[in-house]
Structures are given as C-alpha cells and as structure tokens.
Design a protein around this ligand. Structure first.
Ligand code: CP
Length: 348
C-alpha cells in the first residue's frame, strides 16, 4: 500500500530527528551532513504537496516570532507564509523600531537610548512563541555574532538565524535544494559550482558567500571560489567548513581567475562582499568592475544563481539575469520549503 502524505511527512521528519536533535540553526552546519540531507527530503515533500499540507495544518496552535533588525523581502515573506501555510501563527517584529531599542552588552548602565536587554527580551519572546527567528547583520565584520549569539544564549525556544554577519543558513539550505535540482536529481555531488565575488559599492557582510561555501561543501561539490586579491573570505570559517569535505567528498579550490572558475560550471553563483580593508572597499571594488558576471562568464556554465536582492549591471548584467540560464526566481522560491522543513522538524 502506498503510504499517505501524512505518513511520508512524519517519517521524513523522524529521519531528520535521528540525525539532528538540536534546536539552533545559527551557521547552517548544525544538522550535519545526514541531517541536512534529511531536511532537504522534508522540503521536497513540502514543495510537492504544500496545498495538501496546508489543509492538514500540522502546526496548528504553534507560533513563530520573527524579529527583524534589518530589511527583508524574501526572508520575512517566506517565513510568514511557511508558518501560516502549516497552520501556525507568525508574529513580525521590527527590531529597534516598533520594538524597544535593545541592549546586548553585559553590565551596561542603561541610561542611554537602549530600553530593553536581550536577557529579558529573548526569554519573554520564548514564553509566547514556539520558535524565535532573528535577522541582524551588522554593517561591520562581526566575528562575535553579537546579536544572534545573545539570543541563542538567552532564548528558551528553538532559534533560527535569518541572517547574521557570518551566516544565512536558510539561504544556504535553499541554495542546496536549488543546486540539487540543477544537478538533475537529489544531489549535486561532484558537480562544479563556482562562487564568484562580484562588484558592489557597499562592503557587504560574508553571510551569504560563507553559506554558499557551507552548502556546496555539505553537498559534496567541486567548489571553486573566485575573488580578487584583498577579498578573501573569513579564514577561520573557511577552515571550519573544509572539515566537512572529508565526509562529503567535496573539493575546494580558491582562485583569482574568474574565467577559469566559471568554465563548465553547473552553477555560477555571484555575490559581492566587503574588502578585507573595509575602508578601501569602494576603491577596490571599482578597480575590479570587470568582475561583473556577463555573457562571456556564463558561456559554458549551466545556471546563474544569486540570493537577491541583486544590483543589475553591477553584480550581473541584464542579459544574464533576464536570460535562460538565470535560476534566481526558483532559487528564491525554495526558501519557503526549506524553512517549512526546519519548523516541521522541530515542532511536528
Ligand atoms: N535573500 C534574502 O535573504 O532576501 P531578503 O534580504 O529580501 O530577505
């Protein structure tokens, strides 16, 4: 007898739980190799059956509080839709604007403009919501991950990082799902994936590029990371994720040559990030204007990806973004199923 959708969903969630018992998704490595594969299986079941799962209302009575210290189009919408479609309730909170301005440092005399400490805010929100989800990506390179680490320390509820200085784990999961789709099945094992730096006027955090690296290594890719001198990714984070390559068969090549990195790639993933010398970022980024991804870079590649929002004709040309190799819309659409998979795996 063919198992019902409900049985398949519960069994897939149970497989996630055998590999991942944690209640924190901070850098995206927490579920491990097998837990991540199991999560992506749940996401595929959700994606193929979301209306029917919506009718099942598996998260009825559950609540997710989403606290956003920074703007969002995709992350906010996809989290709210995933929660609502599963029958749960999503509360949107704008950090520091419609909520009290929050303090994160210890031992502070709070007689300035911060009105509430995270030590109270995180447990209070945890008393209402079954899951907290927080977005805070500081404009400076913040190795300490001050905001998300403070929430992790003081929140009793499970916690999802919706993008911090060093990680965007939900984007990483959606990227894995998208790359596996492009790989022609449930995997992109051994496929060439190119992550290329591209010019951007602002010194952006490394959350997305590091999450692409984590996604590619967890998926066992032949990953080529191309960046000009002065734009290397965080060495400590790169070393940490490289430790997973032995388990997945992934290969990692760092290069200054964008043309070589893009040649024959299944995916060319473009992203701007800050120069190591942030004060020199604008000048250095302008110097490397020829790193904009155009038709020549895509000539022998299969697909173009970017997390969005993207600056047209700065990161990538109109002709690539509007052309047949661009997969940025299905990539963004994959945010909903992977986030639903995380919620279902924690709350079902
Ligand atoms: N990719 C992404 O996280 O988009 P938003 O910043 O719009 O949420």
């Amino acid at each position: 007898m063919t198992p019902t959708l409900e049985t398949r969903l519960y069994e897939a969630v149970a497989r996630v739980r055998t590999h991942w018992r944690g209640s924190r998704l901070i850098d995206g490595l927490e579920p491990g190799v097998d837990g991540t594969r199991a999560l992506l299986d749940v996401a595929r079941i959700y994606r193929a059956n979301r209306l029917e799962i919506g009718r099942m209302r598996p998260l009825l009575g559950r609540a997710v509080a989403g606290l956003f210290f920074d703007p969002s189009l995709r992350t906010h919408t996809s989290m709210e839709v995933a929660t609502g479609r599963c029958g749960g309730h999503f509360v949107y909170l704008q950090g520091g604007e419609a909520t009290w301005k929050m303090e994160f440092d210890e031992g502070v005399v709070m007689n300035g403009n911060t009105a509430e400490h995270v030590k109270e805010a995180a447990p209070v929100l945890s008393s209402y919501a079954d899951v907290l989800a927080v977005r805070a990506f500081p404009r400076t390179h913040n190795r300490d991950e001050t905001v998300i680490r403070a929430f992790s320390r003081y929140a009793g509820a499970p916690l999802i990082n919706l993008e911090s200085a060093l990680a965007h784990p939900c984007q990483g999961l959606a990227d894995q799902l998208t790359m596996a789709d492009l790989g022609g099945g449930n995997s992109f094992q051994g496929k060439k994936i190119c992550l290329t730096w591209a010019p951007h006027p602002k010194p952006l955090p490394q959350a997305v590029p590091l999450s692409v690296v984590r996604a590619a290594i967890l998926g066992g890719a032949d990953l080529h990371v191309a960046a000009p001198v002065g734009f290397d990714l965080d060495a400590e984070e790169m070393d940490r994720v490289a430790g997973f390559a032995a388990d997945t068969g992934a290969k990692l090549t760092l290069t200054r040559n964008q043309a070589e990195a893009t040649k024959g790639a299944l995916v060319v993933y473009a992203k701007g990030w800050a120069a190591e010398d942030r004060d020199a970022h604008a000048a250095l980024a302008a110097e490397h204007g020829n790193w904009t991804v155009g038709d020549e870079a895509m000539r022998t590649a299969t697909a173009f990806l970017h997390c969005l929002p993207v600056r047209r004709n700065v990161i990538v040309t109109d002709s690539v973004l509007d052309g047949p190799k661009s997969r940025v819309i299905p990539q963004a659409a994959n945010r909903e199923p992977v986030q639903a998979a995380v919620l279902l795996s924690w709350l079902l």
